[in-house]
Ligand binder design. Structure first.
Ligand code: NDP
Ligand code: GDP
Length: 322
């Protein structure tokens, strides 16, 4: 029986990856940090199928112990301070979690068992102010936020441990991916939650920042399969994972209101709210995942329209049951 340790198991991607690995017969361990009120909502449904270990990206000893105790074949490092906007408010902490946290886990692997395979959750935010369209593995990085800068560090330290210690370490450069489990502060979930509440008469305004930025939005459940596939190859490598299609925030808003049958959406939306604007914006992301398709045989299954519909319907159900 293979085993895997997932950091960030309580987030969005962690539970989808855990479900996939459980279905493949893995013993799944999840790293959770101590919080005064544990955040278990996303893993409730698999709670009895996984084993949780205590640890924090800030604490080297706890990471080393987690790896010693779980003896995993594979480690998926999904934990991070992952919200771009918050990275300007807490740039140092973002660097500690999202950048140095990667080195701490790699150090734990190197010292406990360098044969453990490693996946690093890298991000299209590394491309930032894009120098080429669509963006692929060889596109130059120009991050636009402390988060993006921290992810560039995480990407290169992953490559460095591969080259320095021959660790099977892969970096998945994933474009935005969403789901009903997405954190409420991200624009997609913020929109689908507000649309559900507006249609139920519980809210009458949706305040947003800029409606112009475009993102290549895919479904988290599709993307975790690519993470697993990367670790099943002969050779460790880096891959862009994306749909190859992008949409503006405005298009997302329109599509979400369409799901609940509201066409005069402008009545409810306040755009360009200063508190939701960013000191530096990433205007346009679109990925070229042809390497992943060729080498891993991966391609996305869920369309933009299906994704928006899935998220609005899930929020409607949640709000109706409240
Ligand atoms: P989430 O923000 O939903 O989850 C982050 C996870 O990290 C949570 O489980 C959180 O735990 C955990 N975490 C945060 N800080 C620490 C810490 N100090 N020690 C231990 N655990 C910690 O992220 P997603 O699931 O959306 O994304 C997974 C990874 O992929 C992240 O690294 C993200 O940056 C990256 N990524 C995501 C993309 C996306 O579009 N979703 C795109 C590209 C990359 P807690 O519950 O305690 O807060
Ligand atoms: P990101 O791509 O990782 O930064 O994911 P987000 O979902 O946080 O943001 C996607 C895009 O939506 C960015 O260009 C934001 O500036 C834009 N956006 C516009 N209004 C909002 C808002 O109210 N909240 C968030 N989170 N993003 C917004």
């Amino acid at each position: 029986m293979k085993s895997a340790l997932i950091t960030g198991i309580t987030g969005q991607d962690g539970p989808y990856l855990a479900e996939l690995l459980i279905s493949k017969g893995y013993k799944v361990y999840g790293l959770v940090r101590r919080l005064s009120t544990p955040n278990m909502e996303n893993i409730q449904h698999i709670y009895d199928k996984i084993e949780l270990l205590s640890g924090d990206l800030l604490d080297q000893g706890s990471l080393t112990d987690a790896i010693k105790n779980s003896k995993p074949d594979e480690v998926y490092n999904l934990a991070a301070q992952s919200f771009v906007k918050a990275s300007w408010d807490q740039p140092v902490l973002t660097g500690e979690f999202t950048a140095l946290g990667v080195t701490r886990i790699l150090e734990a692997i190197r010292t406990v068992d360098p044969k453990i395979k490693f996946y690093q959750a890298s991000s299209s935010e590394m491309f930032g102010k894009v120098t080429e369209t669509p963006q692929k593995e060889t596109t130059r990085f120009h991050p636009r936020s402390p988060y993006g800068v921290a992810k560039v560090y995480g990407h290169y330290i992953t490559l460095n441990y591969r080259e320095s210690y021959n660790i099977f370490a892969c970096s998945g450069i994933l474009f935005n991916h969403e789901s009903p489990r997405r954190g409420i502060e991200f624009v997609t979930r913020k929109i689908t939650n507000a649309v559900a509440r507006i249609s139920l008469g519980k809210q009458n305004k949706l305040e947003l920042g800029s409606l112009e930025p475009k993102r290549d939005w895919g479904f988290s459940g599709d993307y975790v399969e690519a993470m697993w596939l990367m670790l099943q190859q002969e050779k460790a490598d880096d891959y862009v994972i994306a749909t190859g299609e992008n949409h503006s925030v405005k298009e997302f808003v329109q599509e979400a209101f369409k799901v609940v049958g509201i066409s005069d959406w402008e009545k409810y939306v306040v755009a360009n709210e200063p508190k939701h604007m960013r000191p530096a914006e990433v205007d346009y992301l679109i990925g070229d995942a042809s390497k992943a398709q060729k080498v891993l045989g991966w391609k996305p299954k869920t369309s933009f329209k299906e994704l928006v519909e899935m998220m609005v319907k899930a929020d409607l159900e949640r709000e109706q049951n409240k």
